[in-house]
Write a protein that binds this ligand. Structure first.
Ligand code: GCB
Length: 615
């Protein structure tokens, strides 16, 4: 039987496709500090169109997509259709609805509220040459979960992960005048992805952080890290792209200090003894220094704080002094009845100020994935210590090397983006992951990734504990690999323990390491008061009493060095469907979605004032 000529063509194209993919230039770049560079913002109005069957990615028999469904084609559909009566298009991005980015698609239209899958975005922009000897990068703060990026009809590259930045060198793809950018954002995930499909938070698919075009000199700073080491030196490491740079250096004008760097094939490094007049960053004095990082003709203007963090026995030492972490956990969700995960500086400031000034806190756990750079920079400025974590949550596919590689890439992108932030003291590799050999090996490899890239911070993970009667122990074999142990515990909420019995619960640990309660909490519907002697679950009274009793328990744990109860604000979670109390929200917030304080807020605030004043 003879094959139809058009199918031959498809077969040949399919055979060539892997070769074409392999021949794609690798345009990826880290571009640390990208948000500090002058940029052409591509935020604002974008067209969007759903593609639930992914017709824009592949034809329905596999193979390349049909021209009639290829959303990323460099055409103006209406013009082509006008000229050619036989032209067939089953999309028209330029006439599709418009939304304002960044922000998840759950806010685009009511029917998008629970959409999971592929959404196409497109916009035009004008570009005038960046000038000779310059490179231009297209940079995204985050696209949740997978992104395929096309410029003027060509695939530029892809990214997976949802919460970390990525940039592509698009110098040779830009044209003077009108350019067209198309992004396929796909939120669907499997157990091979990180996080897996089942979590306890909203997915917030889409382009959720800033999009920009950044032009830099041919020789430019790709990555930099300036920090105070535990032996009292200000050290700098920078990586330069685009050929050798003359005399790379780091200047801190307020200290009258210049660090001259020497380069080898990998990086340029240098250090000096920290000057005596250096004011160390701390929650009480969050001093940030203007720092200029220079290589060749490229300069980055940073603001960096200097502090040390280490562990001695069961103590956590900040700048050499024991510290207790008075914290709270937080999801990336702005205050308001209809959040779309658009974290502006004002939104981050409002949340973090409630922690610092409202709760008398000095610490925030940014759960369960890397939060926006806006938030970590705001924490630097406001003086909040930060726990930063990657979304290795509950059950990912521990035995799949590709899943591990994804988690390692996320960790690397997070560390490279944020290791200049003094506020971040803890990298967390996982949350509530059930113990198994495969899981232990996976997490040990991930801990190795962290330690290889940052020897100035502490490594932790939120672990499960074992309870027998009134005694809880930490029997997780990972404890030996971590600097700080962290425990999520919900006695009195998920267990039937009467609240009055909580203070008599005991905690034991053989590890000799500091422990923090990374979570405890109870749901309360703001405004539901139940003054009965035994208030019901979901009332503010129950939550407040739960806090009183759990805090009484915490006071008796000798090796406890901090806590980040669950959670600052109610957050969207599709698994929470009690029609009276939850309506799609996890109600363990101390604040309602719009920021009203529940009774328990004051209970925790008083405890933190007591701890602060007793030290
Ligand atoms: C946990 C999880 C967190 C959940 C929380 C809860 O242990 O780490 O993601 O939201 O419990 O409310 O059940």
């Amino acid at each position: 039987m003879r094959m139809r000529p058009d199918l031959w063509l498809v077969a040949i194209l399919c055979a060539l496709l892997p070769v074409a993919a392999a021949a794609q230039p690798d345009r990826r770049a880290m571009l640390t500090g990208a948000e500090l560079r002058p940029a052409q913002s591509l935020d604002g109005a974008w067209h969007w169109s759903i593609d639930p069957y992914r017709d824009g990615i592949a034809g329905f028999h596999g193979g390349p997509p049909n021209a009639s469904t290829r959303r990323w084609s460099d055409v103006i559909v209406a013009e082509v259709a006008e000229r050619d009566p036989a032209a067939l298009f089953e999309f028209d991005m330029q006439r599709s609805p418009v939304t304002h980015l960044p922000g998840s698609w759950i806010g685009h239209a009511p029917e998008m509220r629970l959409y999971q899958g592929l959404v196409w975005y497109q916009r035009d922009f004008d570009f005038t040459s960046a000038g000779p000897g310059r490179r231009t990068y297209l940079r995204f703060g985050a696209v949740d979960y997978r992104a395929d990026v096309y410029l003027n009809g060509k695939l530029v590259g892809s990214h997976e992960g949802g919460f970390t930045p990525f940039a592509f060198d698009v110098t040779d793809l830009l044209r003077p005048g009108r350019n067209q950018i198309t992004v396929g954002a796909d939120s669907a995930r499997t157990n091979d992805d990180v996080p897996p499909p089942v979590t306890d938070w909203e997915t917030y698919g889409g382009i959720t952080r800033l999009v920009s075009l950044i032009s830099v000199p041919e020789t430019h700073i790709e990555d930099y890290w300036v920090r105070l080491t535990r032996d009292g030196r200000i050290a700098a490491t920078i990586r330069v792209a685009g050929g050798g740079a003359d005399a790379p250096r780091v200047r801190i004008p307020a200290l009258g200090t210049t660090i001259l760097l020497r380069c080898d094939a990998q990086a340029c490094t240098g250090s000096i003894a920290a000057p005596r007049r250096l004011k160390r960053w701390s929650p009480e004095t969050p001093t940030l220094y203007a720092v200029e990082i220079e290589a060749g003709g490229d300069v980055i203007h940073e603001r960096i704080g200097f502090r040390t963090i280490e562990v001695r026995g069961t103590d956590i030492l900040l700048n050499g002094k024991p510290i207790f972490l008075r914290g709270i956990s937080m999801h990336e969700e702005e205050l308001g009845s209809d959040p779309v995960r658009a974290m502006t500086p004002a939104a981050a400031r409002a949340l973090l100020t409630e922690i610092r000034d409202g709760l008398n806190g000095n610490f925030v756990r940014l759960a369960h994935y890397p939060h926006s750079e806006v938030t970590t920079r705001m924490a630097d400025e406001l003086g909040l210590l930060v726990w930063s974590e990657v979304q290795v949550y509950w059950r990912v596919n521990w035995s799949n090397p590709a899943t591990l590689a994804t988690a390692q890439a996320m960790m690397t992108e997070t560390i490279q983006r944020d290791r200049n932030r003094a506020s971040i003291i803890l990298w967390s590799v996982a949350n509530e992951t059930p113990v198994s050999e495969a899981r232990n090996a996976f997490l040990r490899a991930l801990i190795g990734t962290v330690r290889a890239q940052d020897d100035t911070r502490l490594v932790t993970a939120a672990l499960l504990s074992k309870r027998e009667g009134k005694v809880s122990t930490i029997d997780d074999p990972l404890a030996g690999d971590l600097d700080v142990l962290a425990i999520n515990t919900y006695n009195g909420w998920y267990s039937g323990d009467p609240l009055a019995s909580l203070p008599s619960l005991e905690w034991r640990s053989e590890s000799g390491k500091p422990m923090i309660f990374s979570e405890f909490g109870a749901d309360a519907q703001a405004g539901y008061h139940d003054a009965a002697p035994s208030p019901h679950k979901f009332s503010e009274d129950y939550q407040a009493d739960y806090y009183r009793q759990t805090l009484a328990m915490a006071r008796r744990v000798p090796f406890l060095r901090g806590m980040s109860p669950w959670i600052l604000k109610d957050f969207r979670s599709p698994r929470r469907q009690h029609p009276v109390y939850q309506q799609g929200w996890n109600r363990k917030g101390l604040l309602s979605p719009t920021g009203e304080r529940k009774q328990a807020f004051e209970v925790l605030a008083q405890e933190y004032a007591r701890i602060r004043d007793s030290r």
